[in-house]
Ligand binder design. Structure first.
Ligand SMILES: [Fe+2]
Length: 232
């Protein structure tokens, strides 16, 4: 069996129960940071303490608690602090690029624009970018494919343990969320490990199989049922 090359860490950050993630390669000692916000130095320091170098960032979506920015008059640290520390590429979905630049205060030239299905490789680890609109137009989930172990899904604010992301915000689209959940995420294998963008449950992670059995927002079978659940 191929030995696993995956380095993976879930880090609780900030005052809104967010999770940032580090996804890297044990062999190359390089890592990508997912949704660097709140205390960027602590996230990068955690990687460096493990002997890893942060070489890129992945953005699930443009909300301030995931990438930094101004929220209700409060300044949340994020991408701009990361880029002060190191000039590294920031991977975003095409439909989210404008929002990311504006909200986080970074320039368009810092962003690498992606379509759904693109792959960002790091050592022997492949990160497949899944376009999962609904919470925001360019929301993306990251399917971490490790040849020597189980796949990990980093789901941002699209799928939580027992629930899904809000669809009543500006830019939200409940019908798109239904399609992202049932047409994209529900098709992933049951053994896929699930890592959400917030700690909104007693456990910090789950599996897709567990969520397919227990999460009402994945169990729905019709759009009407889903719209009833989310109350729109
Ligand atoms: Fe969000």
């Amino acid at each position: 069996m191929t030995p696993s090359d995956l380095y993976f860490r879930q880090l609780a950050v900030g005052e809104m129960a967010n999770f940032a993630y580090l996804i890297g390669s044990v062999s190359t000692r390089e890592a990508l940071v997912v949704d660097p916000a709140w205390n960027v130095d602590a996230i990068v320091d955690a990687a460096e303490a493990d002997g890893m170098r942060v070489t890129g960032a992945l953005v699930t979506h443009y909300h301030q608690d995931h990438i930094g920015g101004s929220l209700f008059g409060h300044r949340i640290e994020g991408l701009s602090r990361l880029l002060e520390r190191a000039a590294i590429p920031v991977h975003v979905h095409r439909d989210e690029a404008e929002g990311v630049a504006k909200v986080a205060g970074v320039s368009a030239g810092d962003l690498v624009i992606h379509e759904g299905g693109d792959v960002v490789s790091i050592g022997g680890v492949r990160v497949r970018l899944l376009h999962t609109p609904g919470h925001t137009p360019g929301s993306q989930c990251f399917l971490v494919e490790d040849a020597g172990g189980l796949d990990h899904l980093v789901s941002g604010d699209t799928l939580f343990l027992g629930s899904c992301g809000r669809v009543d915000l500006p830019g939200s689209d409940p019908e798109a969320m239904y399609r992202s959940l049932t047409g994209t995420l529900k098709k992933l294998p049951d053994e896929t490990l699930l890592f959400p963008g917030h700690l909104y449950s007693s456990e910090p992670h789950s599996t897709l199989g567990e969520q397919k059995r227990r999460n009402p927002f994945l169990r729905v079978t019709t759009l009407e049922q889903f719209l009833g659940f989310v109350g729109v």
